[in-house]
Design a protein around this ligand. Structure first.
Ligand code: DSN
Length: 422
């Protein structure tokens, strides 16, 4: 059952309560490997589901447009101070509704329509909001894009430098959604300084690893750091923007009143709790275990003939091209889901297939590490994945259902925050 329990909801709206209970059970029984997902703690769940959702608080602590902020002001201040302490930054804005609005605030703060912005191309591992064509950031600004080397799968920093020198972007984004390797913040900073650009590190995927010391920090290199709060950082769905003192005012003004109205105070409280958790030794161990698990899983997948972008991983994320396995990403992801292994189909660099039916799959170890799995189980996970991919080619639903049963049996021994077996 869902924890905290939902008896009032069950009485008031049994149809909805049943769906929520179903989702809780699904999250318990499945090996959740979508690289951008996790399990928040019960404390974060409790904070996110409070009466704070009733309150409007347009403005910032001490400077609001509505009365009655006696408790919301200290809550937002706690979240801000914890973000500053965990990441070692001068300024933090905890109000962006999610990652895309956080990145849009960067555009509003520093760019005018038509200005040049440089980011990693979406099919190479970047994010929509780093200037991809279907996004407002690609339609209203002048995007220039870098990628990864076809040979190594790594970002070609010489290409980035040449492009920056030629195009003189006002803002450069580094980071992305399918980057399995360490981001070289010092190198990006050197390029940005040379061309007079503002460097934005989008650490949405790796924020928890940065907080836990399992990935180098962009602090001291990036002028602005954007992140969601719900991936490796293990907080509620939300986002933060962290800056040096120099850029604090334009960013705050861009978030409110530039883009948003009132912050979601219940989410702010959840972020504050997650940041407190992220400051502990326990979280440091968690962050390092996430990386250790990803490395072990990548090695086991390579042993089974999976073709990994860049050959492996330095963080929580693995990107696999399934062409050599004889199946496309989408049917494989659907078969894996039936087999109790949840991940997403994904383009791989230089993918000849379309984004809605690409060659690859993307997976990560943030959530399974929260459940308590270690390197010991990773060969088994790779084996299940391999068997499921083979079963998908043979349309062997019985094999997929057998694997799903084995996955659920394993996970029954690993508690899930937010769920208890009745
Ligand atoms: N949807 C997020 C991800 O899965 O990486 C990025 O916005």
């Amino acid at each position: 059952m869902h924890v905290p329990q939902i008896p009032q909801l069950t009485a008031a709206d049994p149809q909805l309560a049943e769906l929520i209970e179903g989702e809780a059970r699904r999250q318990h029984d499945k090996l959740r490997m979508i690289a951008s997902e996790n399990y928040v703690s019960t404390a974060v769940l409790e904070a996110s589901g409070t009466v704070l959702t009733n309150k409007y608080s347009e403005g910032y602590p001490g400077r609001r447009y509505y009365e009655g902020q006696q408790f919301v002001d200290p809550i937002e201040t706690l979240a801000i101070e914890r973000a500053k302490s965990v990441f070692g930054v001068a300024h933090a804005n905890v109000q962006p509704y999610s990652g895309s609005p956080a990145n849009l605030a960067v555009y509003l703060a520093f760019l005018s329509p038509g200005d040049t912005v440089m980011g990693m191309a979406l099919p190479m591992g970047g994010h929509l909001t780093h200037g991809w064509s279907v996004s407002a950031t690609g339609k209203w600004f002048n995007p220039v894009r870098y990628g990864v080397s076809r040979e190594t799968g790594l970002i070609d920093l010489d290409e980035v430098r040449d492009l920056a020198r030629r195009e003189r972007p006002k803002v450069i984004f580094c980071g992305g959604t399918a980057v399995p390797r360490t981001i070289d913040f010092p190198a990006f900073a050197e390029i940005a300084r040379e061309v007079g650009a503002i460097l934005v590190a989008d650490i949405a995927h790796i924020a928890g690893l940065v907080a836990g010391g399992a990935h180098p920090s962009p602090v001291g290199y990036a002028d602005v750091i954007t992140t969601t709060t719900h991936k490796t950082l293990r907080g509620p769905r939300g986002a933060m923007i962290m800056t040096t003192e120099q850029y604090a005012a334009p960013i705050d003004k861009a978030v409110f009143p530039g883009l948003q109205g009132g912050p979601h105070n219940h989410t702010t409280a959840g972020i504050a709790v997650a940041l407190r958790e992220a400051s502990t030794d326990n979280f440091r161990r968690y962050a390092h275990q996430v990386v250790a698990n990803a490395r072990a899983l990548a090695a086991a997948l390579v042993e089974r003939g999976f073709d990994l972008a860049s050959g492996g991983t330095d963080n929580h994320l693995i990107l696999a091209d399934l062409t050599a396995k004889g199946v496309a990403g989408k049917p494989a992801a659907q078969a894996l889901d039936r087999a109790g292994i949840e991940l997403n189909y994904n383009t791989v660099p230089y993918d000849p297939r379309k984004p809605f039916d690409p060659s690859g799959i993307r997976l990560g170890t943030a959530a399974l590490t929260t459940r308590g799995l270690t390197e010991e189980q990773m060969p088994q996970v790779a084996g299940w994945m391999d068997d499921a991919v083979t079963a998908s080619i043979k349309d062997d639903d019985a094999a997929l259902d057998r694997i799903a049963g084995e996955v659920a049996d394993l996970l029954a021994g690993y508690p899930m925050p937010g769920y208890a077996t009745a």
